[in-house]
Design a protein around this ligand. Sequence first.
Ligand SMILES: Nc1ncnc2c1ncn2[C@@H]1O[C@H](COP(=O)(O)OP(=O)(O)OP(=O)(O)O)[C@@H](O)[C@H]1O
Length: 394
Amino acid sequence: MNDQGIIGSTNGVDQLNNILVIGMTNRRDMIDEALLRPGRLEVQLEISLPDENGRLHILQIHTSKMREYGKLDTDVDLKELAALTKNFSGAELEGLVRAAQSSAMNRPIKASNKVQLDSDAVEKLKISRADFMQALANDLKPAFGVSAEDFELYIRNGILLWSQTIQDVLEEGHLRINQTIKSEMTPLVTILIEGKPNSGKTALAAKIAMESGFPFLKFCSPQSMISYSETAKSEAIKKVFSDAYRSELSCVVVDEIESLLDYAPIGPRFSNFVLQTLKLLFKKLPPRGRKLLLIATTSEKEVIKEMGLMQSFSKVIHVPNVSRGSEVLQVLEQLDCFSKKEYDQLSKQLDNKGLSIGIKSLLDVVELSKQATDVYRTAKFVSVLEEIAGLHDC
Ligand SMILES: Nc1ncnc2c1ncn2[C@@H]1O[C@H](COP(=O)(O)OP(=O)(O)OP(=O)(O)O)[C@@H](O)[C@H]1O
């Protein structure tokens, strides 16, 4: 039945006695407002994800039969499992228990010419901590919340502390994380990380988000919305925010705002529809009791300013390019990719030099020069730096 059908059926329910209509949905935002007016589905209850205590209760329920029949090994600590299952829904916790059972059931199966069941072993079979850990690692990931792998992908080359500024960026991030957690007056904390292309903005945003340890972390990136229409893109962005509002503490990273807006400097052109969506979402306060840390990144600070988006951010953090020979040497030292002799040679050539290169491009140059034969490695490194980073005397 569609929304209109339900509205028709619930019209005049006050004339019917003893009938309670209960509707359920995962997408409250997609329900016709007419259906939610008084007299229809007027009382709304949000069932959030269970907290640690709730998860413990759910695990106790789903393992009660195992315990009763002595099938749960003594090393299984449900409190530990409850702590490890952040963002799991009740159904996913049930799935976890089932997956652990299946993992245990594989043990008494003997695979020779025929698949046989060792009935003796079945009798003694117990579901152990290792079965739960195996299920957690391989079988079940929560649909909602943190996808650590996604975030790690953005920091695949680590964060090199090549200048005090990088340390300062991370410290500012920590400050904002604490503000989000502790402040009662600012349930929405917004940061814009800006810098030239390839300066490492996305990696720093991902690092701050991961260090927050918030139960809900999501990346809103243009790469995940390739070939989306304006409407589909706005809907996808809105969905990320409405999911974030369901968790007590959330962090959303909106990467490369200008690309999300389809901004092209020739023209210049951009999607006003997506811009208006972002403006509203960047200002919207999360519901009572919920807190959101929003981190956005851009390589087009001036454009963002002209579009009137700058006011949405309480803090703008600049990520600089690597601009001194001594900073390049810091990167090389931390990567430990050249021999001592090569490093000393590079020290002589790079000290007191100026340049401008993003950390992402610098790592690229390092990788390229590593492919050259030993005798040419340092020469290759310096010549590419001269070409793309404008190496010059200070
Ligand atoms: N101090 C650092 N800051 C940021 N990134 C670093 C740092 N040290 C090493 N990296 C690595 O450099 C790369 C930075 O790439 P990233 O995609 O974040 O750059 P970007 O500025 O967002 O690029 P783009 O302009 O294409 O959006 C990542 O692989 C990251 O692991």
